[in-house]
Design a protein around this ligand. Structure first.
Ligand code: ADP
Ligand code: MG
Length: 276
């Protein structure tokens, strides 16, 4: 099994001349203002602001323990995290009052750093159930098989993959491929990918990245992506429009792709404020 390894999607939608409804800038999808969150009594996110528009790819980088996964879990509505301040609007609606499944049905997709196994449920049935939760009329089994086949062809995936149980005995690379297939079938408007690169060898990384790029190419730049990563290796394959550095629960620097290259050369130490 493998995706097309030869054509990483190298340009942002605007560079490719993909029109958005409002000229150069797409509509605002996600608007995070001054978001704070804690686990138990321990503050983790300390005032995060971030705006993501249609078609954009934002990389969030930062040292381990800086709060990257916490941000993705707060966006998903994970019950262990208490939001203590700030606002999050998704497509103009208050995300924070939505249940986790409502967030997903609204078009927010989260790929976790450590995907869960679901024994006894095939990928095909899992995806059909998930897709039907998003539709007024359920898709027939026959139509769903056709749709799944088309998406698997797009990703260059083996037919047999869909009859396996979700993540059961999967390698790290297979778990991530499964998430890319979910992304292709569910067609979210915003995907948050938390360390999709972690634990992948370079071939698996290429396969996963070109899958994400193929989906975005097919859907004219959708979904917008928040790519959470510790290393900038994946950014060679999924090109960010913006790079943000998270440290101790705050975005301490934002820039373009050059910032990621600078972090690769110099590490994180130089950019992180020293305690007094
Ligand atoms: P990153 O993804 O950037 O490595 P995390 O968001 O996983 O960082 O963690 C940020 C901080 O929150 C760390 O100090 C971590 O120890 C703490 N933390 C994360 N999850 C929990 C939890 N479930 N219980 C207690 N502390 C946690
Ligand atoms: Mg993490």
């Amino acid at each position: 099994m493998g995706f097309d390894k030869t054509s990483p999607y190298s340009k942002s939608p605007s560079e490719k001349g993909i029109p958005s409804e409002k000229g150069k800038q797409g509509e605002v999808l996600l608007n995070i203002q001054n978001l704070s969150a804690q686990i138990g009594e321990c503050p983790i996110l300390k005032g995060i602001s971030l705006t993501v528009r249609e078609g954009e790819v934002h990389a969030i980088m930062g040292p381990n323990g800086s709060g990257k996964s916490t941000l993705s879990k707060v966006l998903a509505g994970h019950p262990s995290y208490d939001v203590t301040g700030g606002t999050v609007d998704f497509k103009g609606k208050n995300l924070l009052t939505m249940a986790p499944d409502e967030r997903s049905i609204e078009g927010l997709f989260l790929a976790f750093q450590y995907p869960q196994e679901i024994s006894g449920v095939t990928i095909l049935n899992f995806l059909r159930t998930a897709l039907n939760a998003r539709r007024a009329e359920p898709i027939s089994a026959v139509d769903f098989r056709k749709l799944l086949q088309r998406k698997m062809d797009l990703l260059g995936m083996d037919k047999g993959f869909a009859s396996r149980f979700v993540n059961d005995g999967f390698s790290g690379g297979e778990k991530k491929r499964n998430e890319v297939l979910q992304l292709a079938v569910l067609e979210p408007s915003l995907a948050v990918l938390d360390e999709t690169d972690s634990g992948l060898d370079i071939d698996a990384l290429r396969v996963v990245s070109s899958g994400v790029n193929a989906i975005r190419e097919e859907r004219c730049g959708a979904p917008a992506v928040i790519l959470i990563t510790h290393y900038n290796r994946i950014l060679d394959y999924i090109k960010p429009d913006f790079v943000h550095v998270l440290s101790d629960g705050r975005i301490i620097s934002s820039g373009g792709p050059a910032l990621a290259r600078e972090l690769e050369e110099k590490g994180y130490d130089w950019i992180i404020p020293k305690p007094d």
